[in-house]
Design a protein around this ligand. Structure first.
Ligand code: KIV
Ligand code: ZN
Length: 514
């Protein structure tokens, strides 16, 4: 039996970024885009260009960075200004796609758009036609299709296809459907939409009832040949379909679906770690495919079975998703060339100046912890990137603490113009004292809402990585990260990082707000 190819449309940088606190800057987005290319996705949805100058810039930068390796897509509403802005942002892309669309459920037509069905169809047709004047590849989305009346959905999709859409996206925007129902909705397209065989049907599912992956696969079983998904399933509310789940489900059950993807599954774990590190959104331990426990067996019966024959209790070989760790361990004696070579193997193409900084940080770390693993290197690269273009740079931090004793901290921050500012404070603990001292200098109102610390690798000498979230006065959430072998220093770095992000951010507008 022949195997069809299902295209993977990754929307980590657009829908995934809509998770609270997941906002990323352009450098971070380009880094993820490069990794998505190594992973072998077919389409990267790089942003929503009209929503903010930052999104516009990221779409342009990603277009430049990925060349013709992948299709680069920009989102727009069925509004001329959005489409023109998306086209402008995509001017750097070798393989551009405009993604445009409109709501199709009664709820969206009546309560959000306040228009009738005829007008919605007219706007959709005009949008697709306008987008086609800029690019040959236009994807049409029928927002909230999961709650729409199927007959109207089919009428809308028929009109979009006739207007020139090359891909039609059927989103279950609110995560409302269940697999049988969603599969039937997709199957209906092939019965009721003229011209459907000439376009790609795409599925885009949200996870409000935990059905996102199941619904996407039901869509594939019914004939969809593109799945929209995010790394680790991050996204609006309960998230989107997880890329890794869909890819491994199709790989494991290729015969059942008569379909597979072109993804290099061995890059899955690394991509998952990178996205988690950059967004600050941890992966739950029991998450399918990429969770820390996904390949852990604790019961004696299971352990006995796996030792005799892995497949007794394990349907995925961990090696196939990049679990197993690298055999390469660097030490202080490894030298510049070995470090550069390993970074290249890990996919980092760092400019000379940045390499010098990473090398210095590597030597400091190797002195302290003797063996430096890939995970440590990934953190060092992240640390170096975070210190580029900072509003405030943490030059030094000192603290005392104890019981009894008054936790006290002194920090020195350097501004972009080179001014050195020193201040001190006491607090309920050393982290509190450090944060209060930083606040006295930066002076921007915020609430610390989350604080977590994890060891990057095993052992008492491991790097500690601190991830925090602060909420600004206008309710926006910013994530900050910092790594150091001393967790109080890592905490100071994480807080400075979050405040820097808050200070430079321009409020983007989400699709829901527009
Ligand atoms: O969930 C949704 O409907 C979307 C569309 C904009 C594709 O994200
Ligand atoms: Zn969505």
């Amino acid at each position: 039996m022949s195997t069809d190819t299902v295209a993977i449309f990754d929307t980590t940088l657009r829908d995934g970024e809509q998770s609270p606190g997941a906002s990323m800057n352009t450098v971070e987005k380009v880094e993820i885009a490069r990794q998505l290319v190594r992973l072998g996705v077919d389409v990267i949805e790089a942003g929503f260009p009209i929503s903010s100058p930052g999104d516009f810039e990221s779409v342009q930068a990603i277009g430049r960075a990925v060349g013709d390796a992948v299709v680069v897509c920009g989102l727009s509403r069925a509004v001329p200004g959005d489409i023109e802005r998306a086209a402008e942002a995509l001017s750097t892309a070798k393989r551009p796609r405009i993604h445009t669309g409109i709501g199709v459920s009664e709820s969206h037509l009546r309560d959000k758009l306040r228009i009738g069905r005829d007008e919605a169809v007219e706007r959709a047709v005009a949008a697709v036609k306008l987008a086609r004047t800029f690019v040959d590849d236009v994807e049409f989305y029928a927002e909230d299709a999961g709650r729409a009346e199927p007959a109207f959905l089919y009428r809308m999709v028929t009109a979009a296809v006739a207007a020139g859409a090359t891909v039609v996206n059927i989103p279950d925007t609110t995560g409302y459907t269940y697999p049988g129902e969603f599969g039937a909705l997709i199957a209906g397209l092939f019965e009721h939409v003229d011209g459907i065989s000439g376009v790609t049907v795409s599925v885009h599912c949200h996870n409000d009832l935990g059905m996102a992956t199941a619904n996407a696969l039901a869509g594939v079983a019914a004939g969809a040949r593109q799945v929209e998904c995010t790394i680790n399933g991050i996204g609006e509310r309960a998230g989107n379909t997880s890329l890794e789940e869909v890819v491994m489900a199709l790989r494991q059950r290729r015969e059942y679906f008569s379909a597979d993807t072109g993804v290099n599954s061995r890059e899955i774990m690394r991509t998952s770690r990178l996205v988690s590190t950059i967004t600050g959104i941890p992966v739950q331990p029991n998450k399918a495919v990429v969770g820390a426990n996904a390949f852990a067996h604790s019961s004696g019966i299971h352990q006995d079975g796996v030792l005799k024959e892995r497949s007794t209790y394990e349907i995925i070989d961990p090696v196939d998703v990049g679990v197993g760790g690298s055999a390469i361990v660097l030490t202080a004696r490894s030298g510049r060339h070995a470090l550069k070579h390993r970074l290249e193997e890990l996919g980092y193409d760092v400019p000379a100046e940045e390499f010098e900084r990473i090398h210095t940080a590597f030597l400091e770390l190797a002195d302290k912890k003797k063996e430096v693993y890939d995970e440590d290197l990934e953190v060092l690269v992240g640390e170096t990137e975070r210190t580029l273009n900072e509003v405030f740079h943490l030059a030094q931090v000192h603290f005392t603490s104890g019981d009894p004793g008054i936790p006290t901290a002194t920090v020195e921050l350097v501004t972009q113009s080179g001014e050195h500012i020193i201040d001190s404070s006491h607090g309920t603990g050393p982290v509190d004292a450090v944060y209060k001292a930083i606040n006295r200098i930066v002076n921007v109102p915020n609430d610390l809402t989350e604080f977590s610390v994890k060891a990057v690798t095993r052992g008492i000498d491991a790097l500690g990585e601190v991830t925090i979230r602060v909420t600004a006065e206008d309710g926006r959430v910013f994530t900050g990260r910092g790594a150091h072998s001393d967790i109080i220093v890592a905490s100071a770095k994480a807080y400075t990082n979050a405040l820097n992000r808050l200070l430079v951010s321009v409020k983007p507008t989400t699709l829901e707000e527009l």
